[in-house]
Design a protein around this ligand. Structure first.
Ligand SMILES: [Zn+2]
Length: 292
């Protein structure tokens, strides 16, 4: 079906009160497995990469693999660049064929965040159907090359959300509401559902216009995820769990097949574990059967 951009897909999710999984992949085996899971569930899908795989494999390789797989797939699929702080790299990814770009200037002061984000938005919109995600407030934890300590983490100011979205021109908005990157230190992290609701009301109260993104999906309890979806989160970023699944499946396979030298079977083990993990997320997010 399809190479598509994120905004339309996510406005539909906002209206339908479900969320789309945005899964961070680091290689092509994972990319293929995530797509297989989405196809099996008839779910729309956002594939993401952080900056590290872009630097390792190069945008052209990632875009070529995405296009070949997405064009042959039976569900709509976006390719999103996650948490990029480098404006030049954001532009290069958009030029190469990423359908959606996250410029992360959330560590900057408000005015600088608006200015840097707008530069990327203007560039991507001029290319056509490339949409942009921006963040206000900072998400605690480590994602790729970006580290935010608990002291630095700041929640989104809902009073500034409308101004940030309007002046930066972004298509998708990631408000920091207390979720974290990496592994949660507690089973019940302190999340600000009220803040998400308030932001939703400000931006989408009259009609859905700016889809809201939840970062730090890994480790959240299913009921918490469902509550965040009910409060208006429609794009859920899952990264750490994919990394753990890849490493654990690899380690598990090699430990039990120490004398076998068949990389294809190892890929198969990683692929199966990834498919299972992604299928579970799709069920929790409520996007199964929504590809149509
Ligand atoms: Zn994130």
């Amino acid at each position: 079906m399809a190479v598509v951009s994120a905004k339309k897909m996510l406005l539909k999710a906002t209206e339908g009160k479900y969320a789309v999984g945005a899964f961070n992949v680091t290689n092509i085996v994972q990319m293929k497995a995530v797509i297989e899971a989405a196809q099996g569930k008839r779910a729309p899908l956002i594939l993401q990469t952080s900056v590290a795989p872009v630097r390792f494999l190069g945008v052209k390789v990632l875009v070529a693999a995405y296009r070949a797989l997405a064009e042959a797939a039976s569900v709509p699929i976006c390719l999103h660049l996650d948490h990029c702080t480098d404006v030049t790299l954001c532009k290069a990814a958009a030029d190469a064929g990423y359908t959606n770009i996250m410029i992360d200037a959330s560590k900057e002061e408000f005015e600088a965040n608006v200015r840097v984000t707008k530069a990327v938005t203007d560039y991507c919109h001029a290319l056509g159907d490339v949409t942009v995600e921006g963040e206000l407030g900072t998400v605690c934890g480590v994602e790729d090359q970006i580290k935010v300590t608990e002291d630095e983490a700041a929640l989104c100011d809902p009073g500034k959300a409308e101004e940030f979205v309007r002046r930066s021109g972004i298509d998708l908005f990631a408000p920091a509401i207390g979720t974290a990157h990496g592994v949660y230190k507690t089973k019940n992290p302190k999340l600000r559902f009220d803040l998400l609701q308030e932001v939703f009301k400000v931006l989408n109260g009259a009609e859905p216009t700016v889809p809201l993104v939840i970062h730090g999906g890994t480790g959240l309890q299913d009921d918490v995820v469902r509550r965040l979806v009910a409060c208006g989160g429609c794009k859920f970023n899952v990264s750490t769990e994919l990394k753990h699944t890849l490493i654990d499946a690899t380690y598990g396979y090699i430990s039990t097949h120490r004398d076998e030298y068949n990389p294809g079977r190892l890929d198969d083990a990683v692929s199966k574990a990834t498919i299972q993990m992604v299928e579970r997320w799709i069920d929790v997010l409520g996007c199964a059967g929504k590809a149509g």
